[in-house]
Structures are given as structure tokens and as C-alpha cells.
Design a protein around this ligand. Structure first.
Ligand code: ADP
Ligand code: ZN
Ligand code: ZN
Length: 742
């Protein structure tokens, strides 16, 4: 089908446009007068007046009929592009998204565009400034600079990156780099170049000799490159999955095709990029939130015209325009960050599979701990399984043990056994990683005299005590208060700090092991730009021996000298209201365990629990994720939960308590009228935490055994729900295939 449309009679021609509004519909406008003489392609941006605003929309269609009355029709003000910003493949994908996720098409389209294009920027490809060493600078030995530590660091990094560094990269890794760079420039050692925004990868490092499993996985994928095929690459942590991706991508580049690589938000680390840059030959487009809008735009534009050979990005990169698509790879496919949790709630993983199918190209879903959905697809034969059962190189998997802490004397949340082990490993010159999924000092502050609790004024939740900043902070809405010195209710000074957060463990460990250095990695300690990189450097150059952190530390990192991993509390996931909690707990345990003993030294993992009898621990202790997952899949089958049924969640919130429930009750009535097939409606119920950030929240869960039935139900009722008068009093949303039900 050609999208190229000939000019015709402008008077009876209407542009059908996706406009970024919360309404689930498109809008018709009169064709612009220029249309009489100029061709216009579908997928271009157009400027229109909308109410009192001027907005930028996407041309979906050109039609000869409209049901908008003639007196209400307005002309399109301007066509912004000659070449469409979305080609027919993306346009179709986005239309499908709007339908499948029942989300307003204008918002869907806007979501897929770089911010600058949403604002009307031109699609002109520009050069972007990069910093590079001059020939003179190449000759300088960084260490010869002696006392100028910042110059040494910059110079070394520039040396490592012959293609040059962008401002945004420098912001990430060198706090306050500008004056230092200026000094280097004055010495004639660095210069700026402005050229194509995409860094060029150069294979400096050679590939390791592949083991049998890696080779087999690569061969299987490379055998059938010209058709859709989904592969689940299940490889224990450190089994060399990244190496497999690299070689598949290498082959793609040789064939002149593009590889799209999606990684979790936390996975797009400088180390990973460095690895790609040093093993591949080609242009690499990087799409992540650390880029500024201009860099992001240029990466996108370059990709669109086919200049990028490899596109590496987080969730939203699934919408990258691909001129010569070859393969899609998703790393850590189980990761929750692939699901957008607000606004247009899509799953980048699911969309990637859909897109690969439409493009008729292969897709690889890699993980040490695949999601149950993906495993189920593999068990059903819809995905091919590629296994990497062993760690690559010489590293052995760590031994995992439970520490039964029932009735044990605990010191700051640490059992005597764990403390003993920490000491043992530290004395062997190894590093120790402790994991606790709770930041701050203590999760509860309570008065011993009268029982007062520090509660968030805007949420149904406790305020977390942050001692370093002397604040109470709500982790749900961000509200902050000064730490009271006396009980606000009875003025007693006897305030109890209950429970443990990473800050408190950090303090305790510093006291318990004064001869060692403790480092904390969580959202609080990594808030500033570049701080994460700094902390990781301190870990890898051995300056810090004890690492305490939240799940930020659990994923992807390679700490060669960590031999002991301690999980301070594994019990959150065991008996939770969320049916996915045990799946996540198992994934977390194995991912955390994956940080131990990644090189020569053997690793050990200790898990503190009050429920050592919990049956699903057994397979995990043996690193048998498959057995663990099979047990959970059976449980899901018996309880008819996903992937054995399909869910949608309607959420509503308002400043008053009644409106969300009233709206959802009406929504339920409307849904009931349209049910065709087996559907279960649950609720509406108030959310588990009913009040958050000053708003009351409620939800209605819809479950169906068939996806088609669920889709049909919303397709026939969503407009009525949207237009219902009770909808005006709430903020509401629909979440198809929700991951978070609470
Ligand atoms: P994963 O992505 O599965 O965690 P990586 O690809 O990061 O695994 O590999 C883990 C470590 O093993 C890395 O240091 C990598 O360089 C190394 N490695 C990978 N494949 C091999 C191999 N075939 N031989 C030796 N070392 C390897
Ligand atoms: Zn009190
Ligand atoms: Zn709050």
C-alpha cells in the first residue's frame, strides 16, 4: 500500500489527525490550502488549532467524508514535515497500541516521539559537539600529570573513547568537568568536533572463545534470520548472555541490518556501553533518559535514516524508527522497567515481540530469571528455548544458604551468623554485598509513651526516618518534615526508631567493622548526577569493602571481588497480597546471588528469613529457577491467574473518597452490559493504600480467559465509560496486562 497521496479536491478532503488529548478518538480537519499543490504523506506532523490552543498532531488518514458538521470544521494550519515522522510500519504499530491498550491515540503517538519533535523542531540532522583528544593530547600519559586528579580522570576517559565524549556522558561520569576540560583545551590537548551524533564503535577487544552452549545459541539464531522467531535465552547470571548478543549483533551489522537492543533502566550502564563500543564495528545510537533533548532527537533522526547500526535503549526505544530492521534483543526481559507504569501503560517487551512479528525478524528475550509469561510461551512451544546453564569462564555458581533467624538475637537486623561470615570474608580481602530493599534509616518512628506514629499527612502510610538529613520522608508522595525531637502528641522524648533501612545498616556496619569502609547505594545516595558512577568506581577499585544497597545493586553489575552476598530480609515476597510477589522474590534472590563470586574466588549467598520452611526456597537454593518457576506456573494455572487468564485494571482517584468508587461502580455497570463470553469483574475496591498524595484511590479488576473477549469488552464500552458524567470527577486510567495490582 502506498502512503503517498495525490493532491485532489481540497474542499472535500479532510485530514484525520491524532491530537495529544486525553480523548480516545481522532479529529477531522479541512485539508490545508497548500494541499491543492503539494503532496502530503501519512505520518507527518501537522499544526492545528484545538480549542484555544495550537497543538501538533499526526496525520493518520486523508478522507473524503466526515461526520463533523461543516460549520465546525477548521483547516489544518500547517504541515510540518515532508517525510513522515512515522513510517507505515510504526504508524500501524501505534494505531494497534491505541486499540490494544485502549489509550488515546494522540497520546500514544506523542509518547513515541522525541520531545523536540513533539514541540515542532525540524527533522534536520545536525552534528553534535563531542570532545576528543588532539594528536598532541594522545601523546600525553595521564599519570604524568601527578597532582591534577580531575585532569587525569578526564584524559584517561578520553583516551579510552577515541570517538569522543558528549556533554551528557561527561555530566554522568565527571562532576564539574567543564573548567577541567577548559584547562585541557588551553593546553591544546582536547578539541571539539561537530559531526554525526552517533558514536562509532570500534572493535578493540577480541571475543572470548565461546563455550559450547554460547556457540549453539548463536548458531540457532543465525540459522533463521529472515523470518519471525522468538527465542528465550535462559542463562544463569554470568553465563555469557551479553557475549551471545554481541556476536549476533556483529553478524547483523555484517549483513547490513539494524539491531535494536532494549535494556532495563538500570542496565544501561557505562560499562555495558563500553563493552558494546569495544566489541562492535558500526554506529551506535543510544537512547536513554540521561540524554538531553537535542541528543535524543539526533539519535532518533539518525536511526530513522538508517545511519545507526545498533540502537541501544530503555523502554521507549521500542518505538525507534528502523529503516533496515534485522533483529530485536531484550536483555533482562523479566525486568519491571519495561512496563510503563503511568499514562500510556505499555509493555515494551510485549510490543517488541509484536513488532518483530510484524517486521518478520527474530527476537531474543534474555534473562537469568525469565518472567513466567515468557517461560509459559516457551513451554507452549511459541518461543524457542536457548539455554546457557553454566557460568562462562571459570566462575562457579555461589552456594546459597538460608539463615533461620527465628528467635535469634539480632544486632541491627543482622544475625550473629551473618556477622561472623561478613568478618570471615572481609578478612580474606574480599568484598561483601548486603542487600536490603528499604532505604532510609527506619521505616517507622513511634512514641514509646503514648503510641503516636509518624504518618504521612497525604498518604495512608508511615513516614520513613532519614537520619542523615534529619527528616521524615514519605516514600510514596515525597512529603518531607523535620524530625521531631519530642512526640508531637505528648511531648515525650522517648521516640522509638523501629525497623531497619539501608542508612541504619550502613551506620551499624561502620561501627561494627571500623577497619573497613562501608558504601551505601540506594536512590538517596545516587540522586546527584554522576554519583552512581563514582560509587561504582569506588567499589571496583577496592576502596570500599562493605556494600549495602537496595535492588539498585542487584542488577547487572559486575563486582569481581564480591564473594559474600547477604540478603537481610527475604520475607516480604512470601505472603504478599500481590500474586506476583513470589515470582519477584525468586528473581531477586537469584539476581542478587548473581553478584557473588563472578570471577576466580568462589561466592556464597546467605538469606535471612523467618520462614525457612517456605517450599519455594528449595529450588532456589539449588539455582534451579526452572523448577521454581514451574511450581509457580502450576499455581497460576490452578488459580486461573496470568498467563492462564488476562487482566485489565481500571483505576480511579480523586480528592474526595466517594467519587472514585462511584465512577468505578458505573464503569462496572457499563462493562456488564457488554460482556460477551467469560468475564469476571472484581470490585470496585479501595486500593490497598487508599490515600496517596492526598487523593483517594480505587480500582476495578477485570479478568477473562480469552484475550479477545477482554479486548472486545473494552472496545465496546470504553467510549461510554469515558463519556460517563461520573468520569469527570475523577482521574482514571486503564491498565491492560497490569503488573502491579496494588
Ligand atoms: P551475562 O550477560 O550472562 O551475565 P556476560 O556476557 O556478562 O554474562 O559474561 C560474564 C563474564 O564472563 C564477563 O566477564 C565476560 O567477559 C565473560 N565471558 C563471557 N563469555 C565468555 C567465554 N566464552 N569465555 C570466557 N569468558 C567469558
Ligand atoms: Zn507521645
Ligand atoms: Zn505521602
Amino acid at each position: 500500500m502506498s502512503l503517498y497521496l495525490k493532491p485532489s479536491n481540497v474542499m472535500n478532503t479532510y485530514f484525520r489527525i491524532a491530537i495529544p488529548t486525553p480523548l480516545r478518538r481522532h479529529f477531522d480537519y479541512l485539508a490545508p490550502t497548500s494541499f491543492a499543490t503539494e503532496k502530503v504523506q501519512l505520518g507527518v506532523r501537522v499544526r492545528v488549532s484545538f480549542g484555544r490552543q495550537t497543538l501538533i498532531g499526526i496525520l493518520l488518514d486523508i478522507v473524503q467524508e466526515t461526520d463533523v458538521p461543516a460549520e465546525k470544521l477548521k483547516p489544518v494550519m500547517e504541515v510540518l514535515d515532508e517525510q513522515p515522522v512515522f513510517d507505515s510500519e510504526l504508524l500501524q504499530l501505534l494505531r494497534w497500541c491505541a486499540q490494544y491498550y485502549h489509550h488515546p491515540i494522540g497520546e500514544v503517538m506523542q509518547n513515541a516521539l522525541p520531545v523536540k519533535l513533539r514541540q515542532g523542531a525540524t527533522t534536520h540532522i545536525k552534528g553534535i559537539k563531542r570532545w576528543q583528544l588532539t594528536a598532541e593530547g594522545e601523546k600525553v600519559e595521564p599519570q604524568s600529570l601527578k597532582r591534577a586528579a580531575k585532569q587525569i580522570a578526564l584524559l584517561s576517559d578520553l583516551k579510552k573513547t577515541p570517538s569522543g565524549l558528549f556533554d551528557s556522558q561527561l555530566n554522568e561520569s565527571h562532576v564539574g568537568w567543564r573548567p577541567v576540560m577548559k584547562r585541557l583545551q588551553e593546553k591544546g590537548w582536547v578539541t571539539t568536533i561537530e559531526e554525526n551524533a552517533l558514536p562509532v564503535a570500534q572493535a578493540i577487544n577480541t571475543a572470548p572463545l565461546l563455550n559450547h552452549y554460547q556457540q549453539q545459541a548463536i548458531d540457532r539464531v543465525n540459522q533463521k534470520l529472515d523470518q519471525f522467531n522468538a527465542y528465550m535465552l535462559e542463562g544463569v547470571t554470568g553465563s555469557g548472555k551479553t557475549e551471545v548478543y554481541l556476536q549476533i549483533i556483529e553478524n547483523m551489522i555484517r549483513q547490513g541490518k539494524q539491531a535494536l537492543v532494549l535494556v532495563p533502566e538500570i542496565g544501561l550502564t557505562p560499562q555495558l556501553l563500553d563493552r558494546f563500543m569495544k566489541r562492535l564495528n558500526g554506529r551506535i545510537a543510544i537512547m536513554h533518559s540521561g540524554l538531553n533533548d537535542e541528543e535524543r532527537l539526533q539519535a532518533w533522526l539518525n536511526t530513522r535514516v538508517g545511519l545507526a547500526d545498533v540502537i541501544i535503549g530503555t523502554r521507549s526505544a521500542v518505538f525507534s524508527p528502523l529503516l533496515r530492521p534485522g533483529i530485536i534483543i531484550i536483555d533482562e526481559e523479566h525486568d519491571l522497567s519495561f512496563k510503563q507504569q503511568d499514562g500510556f501503560r505499555y509493555s515494551a517487551r510485549d510490543l517488541a515481540v509484536k513488532r518483530a512479528r510484524d517486521l518478520n525478524i527474530p527476537i531474543v528475550l534474555g534473562s537469568a530469571t525469565p518472567s513466567l509469561e515468557t517461560l509459559h510461551n516457551a513451554f507452549q512451544g511459541r518461543y524457542e528455548t536457548l539455554l546457557l546453564p553454566e557460568r562462562a569462564g571459570n566462575a562457579e555458581p555461589p552456594a546459597i544458604h538460608l539463615l533461620d533467624v527465628r528467635s535469634q538475637k539480632m544486632e541491627h537486623g543482622l544475625s550473629a551468623q551473618l556477622l561472623h561470615k561478613i568478618k570471615e570474608h572481609l578478612e580474606r580481602d574480599s568484598q561483601v554485598l548486603l542487600f536490603l530493599n528499604r532505604r532510609g534509616f527506619a521505616p517507622v518512628l513511634m512514641c514509646h509513651e503514648c503510641g503516636w506514629h509518624a504518618l504521612c499527612p497525604r498518604c495512608d502510610a508511615h513516614m520513613t526516618l532519614h537520619q542523615k538529613s534529619s527528616r521524615l520522608r514519605c516514600h510514596h508522595c515525597g512529603t518531607e518534615q523535620y524530625l521531631p525531637s519530642v512526640c508531637p502528641q505528648c511531648e515525650s522524648k522517648d521516640l522509638l526508631q523501629m525497623g531497619f533501612g539501608t542508612e541504619r545498616i550502613e551506620q551499624a556496619l561502620t561501627e561494627l567493622f571500623p577497619q573497613f569502609q562501608v558504601i551505601r547505594i540506594d536512590r538517596d545516595s545516587t540522586r546527584r548526577k554522576g554519583s552512581m558512577q563514582k560509587l561504582l568506581n569506588e567499589i571496583n577499585n577496592g576502596k570500599k569493602q562493605i556494600l549495602i544497597g537496595t535492588q539498585m545493586l542487584a542488577k547487572g553489575h559486575h563486582f569481581p571481588n564480591v564473594t559474600l552476598v547477604g540478603m537481610l530480609n527475604a520475607d516480604h515476597g512470601l505472603y504478599s497480597a500481590d500474586f506476583r510477589a513470589s515470582e519477584r522474590m525468586g528473581q531477586l534472590i537469584l539476581q542478587v546471588a548473581g553478584r557473588a563470586g563472578r570471577e576466580e574466588k568462589k561466592g556464597e549467598v546467605l538469606i535471612q528469613t523467618h520462614h525457612p520452611e517456605y517450599p519455594l526456597f528449595k529450588p532456589l537454593l539449588k539455582h534451579d529457577y526452572s523448577a521454581f518457576a514451574k511450581a509457580l506456573i502450576e499455581e497460576r494455572q490452578q488459580t486461573e491467574l496470568p498467563p492462564f487468564s488476562h487482566l485489565a485494571l481500571l483505576r480511579a482517584e480523586a480528592v474526595d473518597q466517594q467519587s472514585p468508587m462511584i465512577f468505578l461502580e458505573q464503569a462496572r455497570l457499563l462493562l456488564e452490559q457488554h460482556i460477551q463470553g467469560e468475564v469476571i469483574l472484581m470490585g470496585p475496591f479501595p486500593a490497598l493504600m487508599e490515600r496517596r498524595a492526598g487523593r483517594y484511590r480505587a480500582q476495578l479488576l477485570v479478568q477473562a480467559n480469552s484475550r479477545a473477549v477482554l479486548q472486545g469488552l473494552f472496545a465496546s464500552s470504553i467510549t461510554q465509560i469515558e463519556n460517563h458524567k461520573t468520569a469527570k470527577k475523577v482521574r482514571w486510567s486503564i491498565d491492560i496486562d497490569p503488573l502491579d495490582l496494588l
